[in-house]
Design a binder for this molecule. Sequence first.
Ligand code: HEC
Length: 96
Amino acid sequence: MGNGILKNGKKGLVAMAIILIAFWLHSCKTGEKVAVEKSGAELWSEQCSRCHNMPDPTTYSDDKWETVSMHMKVRANISTKEIELIKQFLQSANGD
Ligand code: HEC
């Protein structure tokens, strides 16, 4: 008799633990989603307008953007990942 209750109790505890872990994993995933990556275009409009007017993508050719990106990465302290996205956006939007 008492044995049966104990078993159920244990099952309940395991189920509870699984639910808690599921929630925990889920909340971690949600946390990641909140910090979701911005697009190159978004980063461009945010980052590249801090010090001067937003540079028009059509101003430079692909390889000029390569150089400018490296220059502004250092100058503006932009992460490698972000400057890469900005550069890709600029290069894709310049019509070359
Ligand atoms: C921390 C301030 C700052 C930020 C942020 C910044 N720039 Fe600049 N940018 C400058 C300054 C200062 C110059 C003047 C030229 C120099 O630095 O030699 C300049 C010049 C430029 C020029 C002219 C060409 C050249 O290389 O000198 C371009 C194009 C340019 N920036 C693009 C960008 C882009 C694209 C971004 C975003 C990734 C950006 N900038 C972000 C400060 C900044």
